[in-house]
Design a protein around this ligand. Structure first.
Ligand code: BES
Ligand code: ZN
Length: 635
């Protein structure tokens, strides 16, 4: 990459680009351009952008969804903030088909696409000739990872096709040519042309709920996000969608045939927003809606601003899996308002969010419910530490080293659950009242800004520890963030409700009958705990007895079904294989799919042929995120 300006001028450039935000006198004024972090740990190794030289401030998309060609086609106009003397802007691209790049007057600009890195894609370097706005005519990457184009058979209605995107972590560069770095916040607008009969939704204000007719056919939908957001949060879906309000500023989009069950399941969403605000301050995004997607959506949920994307596997019929909504909603503060500056600090997004999610659950459903969820998280944490090589494994650190790696490598339960345990540990040391006041202030102080581990530590020192060295030493922040393993002071929330559950599991393992009465009285958390507590080796008779008594193979609750299938695979329990096959071909949530294939593969000559047979069927149904993970297992 040619160096555009000398190092000596970098400081000046930086000051210029930080703009109003760096000038104390103007600190009250809302910065037009969200500040960049100048901390040493804020350099994003997963983007080619050189934001201190030329930085995207606004993205304006004008795209047509071509379902036949499985591509988005049109233009992206980018507004730039330039350092004095800046001659080029560097964008991220992964497989984009660039047709032309012009300035605002339509005059052609020179551009080059650099060599492709398997994780990062290619730098797209545009010679500006003084332009502060550039217009890129392009098509999305053929087969690109962000977009999944579903055939009608992959939808609930089976009649119309469907498109959705997944941007986090670095996938949006396969359909949007911009600076794809979480520290480079951008406002954006979009005009999307969808085929007649399909509705487009995006993670932004929807300016045309019913669309506008387009001369050449189809309907145009317009969107506006006037708050600067990290580019991984730009998201789209197009399908046969209807909307139903849930509360005064909340609602849900989904396919018509599943709306009734979905709206019933999500009845508490408005209350969740109120609970979240009571904890950590105003919800700053206007509306909070959800989109419940077809079953191939690769995540439980994705916190796209104003429009959480969610898997249909949370529709359990008993509202027992709504903590996922609390989680994605919590990201409206931790993640979307205060955003990890780089993927090495993913825990700043997810650890804070798991902590906050649990506080929302406690507000709505009480301490016992929240404690069970937190305790299940503790079990997950220990499993994740084992998988990462035990207490000395380098990837058990919160701030991880992703040099030369895909950010996805860091996305284990460690940032989620160790991060949450860290915040619970601080809460315990300082007391809840003080901690809550601190956190509320933290979100205000860093609203619409990137954050790093160093930035968080500095903020703790300035606003929580305030010179109390003994307190700082007792918590041992450095160890928590930069060392592997789990510090001894880690707070483990132990659920009392699990004591009888564990006792039942023990009694059953020792030869007792399946505890049907107890099971009937349990909720999802206790049931998941029970199945998880059973020894990994049981007799076929024991497996058959719980399977029959509790209807495990036919479980509609995805968390219980998953826990059961893990147990069944560990025992090479043939009667559960058809249930496994249905589960793996019926949904594509990576959290369920990937571990089941790993377990199957671990079962050598019994499991591997089953894995191959099922994957041959299910692979074409999965989103690239899930496919790329399972491809590493099933060969
Ligand atoms: N932001 C994540 C999803 C994500 C993680 C996307 C990493 C891309 C890379 C989302 O908020 C999340 O954590 N989802 C969880 C559910 C949650 C309840 C723990 C999931 O999908 O399972
Ligand atoms: Zn999350």
């Amino acid at each position: 990459m040619p160096r555009l300006i000398s190092n000596t001028s970098r400081a000046l450039v930086l000051a210029a680009l930080l703009g109003a935000a760096a000038v104390p006198a103007l600190a009250q004024a809302k910065p037009m351009v969200a500040p960049l972090s100048t901390r040493s740990d804020a350099k994003d190794i997963h983007s080619y952008a050189q934001p201190t030289i030329a930085r995207v401030t606004h993205v304006d998309l004008d795209l047509t969804a071509d379902f036949a060609g499985k591509k988005m086609v049109g233009t992206a106009a980018l507004d730039l903030k330039l350092a004095p003397g800046a001659k080029e802007v560097v964008l991220d691209s992964k497989g984009l088909v660039i047709k032309s790049i012009t300035n605002a007057k339509g005059q052609a600009l020179k551009w080059t696409l650099g060599a492709a890195d398997p994780h990062l894609g290619s730098p797209l370097t545009v010679t500006l000739d003084g332009a502060k706005r550039i217009v890129i005519a392009y098509e999305s990457a053929p087969g690109g990872a962000a977009l999944q184009w579903l055939s009608p058979s992959q939808t609930a209605g089976k009649a119309k096709p469907y498109l959705f995107s997944q941007g986090e972590a670095t996938l949006n560069r396969t359909w949007i040519p911009t600076q794809d770095s979480p520290g480079i916040r951008q406002t954006w607008t979009a005009r999307i042309v969808a085929p007649e009969g399909l509705k487009a939704v995006m993670s932004a204000e929807m300016l045309t709920p019913d669309g506008e007719p387009v001369a050449g056919g189809g309907r145009a939908y317009r969107f506006k996000m006037d708050k600067p957001v990290a580019p991984y949060l730009i998201a789209i879906a197009i399908g046969d969608l209807t909307f139903q309000p849930l509360g005064k500023r909340t609602g849900v989009y989904t396919e018509p045939s599943v709306m009734k069950a979905t709206a019933w399941e999500l009845a508490d969403v408005e209350k969740m927003v109120e609970a979240a605000e009571a904890l950590y301050g105003p919800y700053r995004w206007g509306r909070y809606d959800l989109l419940v997607l077809p079953p191939s959506f690769p995540f439980g949920g994705m916190e796209n601003p104003r429009l959480t994307f969610a898997t249909p596997t949370i529709i359990a019929g008993d509202r027992s899996l709504v903590s996922l909504v609390a989680h994605e909603l919590a990201h409206s503060w931790s993640g979307n308002l205060v955003t990890n500056a780089t993927w090495a600090d993913f825990w700043l997004n997810e650890g804070f969010t798991v902590y906050f999610e649990n506080r929302i659950m406690e507000s709505l459903y009480g301490k016992d419910t929240a404690a069970m969820l937190a305790d299940l998280g503790w079990t997950d944490l220990h499993e994740a530490i084992e998988e990462a090589g035990g207490m000395t494994g380098p990837d058990t650190r919160l701030h991880i080293d992703l040099t030369g790696r895909d950010p996805d490598d860091g996305m284990t339960d460690i940032p989620y659950e160790k991060g949450a345990a860290f915040l619970r540990t601080i809460e315990k040391e300082v007391g809840r009242a003080k901690w809550d006041a601190y956190l509320r202030g933290y979100f205000d102080r860093h609203a619409f800004q990137p954050q790093t581990a160093e930035g968080f530590i500095a903020d703790l020192r300035a606003n929580l520890f305030k010179g109390d060295k003994a307190l700082e030493a007792k918590i041992d922040v450095q160890r928590w963030i930069y060392q592997p393993g789990l510090p001894e002071n880690a707070v483990h929330i132990q659920s009392k409700a699990f004591e009888p559950v564990d006792a039942q599991a023990k009694a059953f393992a020792a030869g007792g009958p399946a505890p049907l009465d107890a099971w009937k009285g349990w909720g999802t958390s206790e049931r998941v705990r029970f199945v998880g507590q059973l020894p990994r080796k049981l007799t076929p008779a024991q497996l058959a007895s719980v399977d029959t008594a509790f209807g495990l193979s036919a479980q509609g609750n995805s968390e219980i079904r998953f826990a059961w299938l893990q147990l069944a695979i560990a025992n090479r329990y043939e009667p559960a294989v058809s249930s496994l096959e249905l589960f793996l071909t019926g949904q594509g949530r990576r959290k369920f799919v990937a571990p089941l294939f790993v377990s199957l593969w671990g079962q050598g000559d019994w499991g591997q042929p089953i894995a191959k047979r099922i994957y041959a069927q299910s692979r074409p149904l999965y989103h690239a995120v899930t496919r790329e993970t399972v491809d590493k297992t099933v060969k």
